[in-house]
Unconditional design. Sequence first.
Length: 133
Amino acid sequence: KAAEAKKAAEAKKAEDAKKAAEAEKAAEESNFYSAMSSAAQTVNNNLGNTAIDSIEKGSIYPVVNVQLNIIFASYTNMEIKSLVQTLNESLVQIAINNGQTHPQIKYYISGVSIGENRSILNPSEVKFNSNLK
């Protein structure tokens, strides 16, 4: 009986550790998306208008979808690339500060994909797609 009780106690301890790890991961994920979302507000406040409509959770953690304001559509491709590249560098730094060294950040204008960062090799660099060439 003592062996069974010990086994049950070990199983409970393992289950508790697993739950604690899951809670920690959920908190980390929540903090990451919170930081990204507040970054959008900061950028908009600094510019004095809405450049970023939203920063949303992507399909899996740590994917982020950045919805840029329709005003970007009136800019030249060079202007858009320059602005998005600068924005990306800031967002990657925020991600790093929140424990995520390889965030995947996807950029959209009016729901149309314009590019994403090179999350594995160089997260600070954006690779633009054919919608912006």
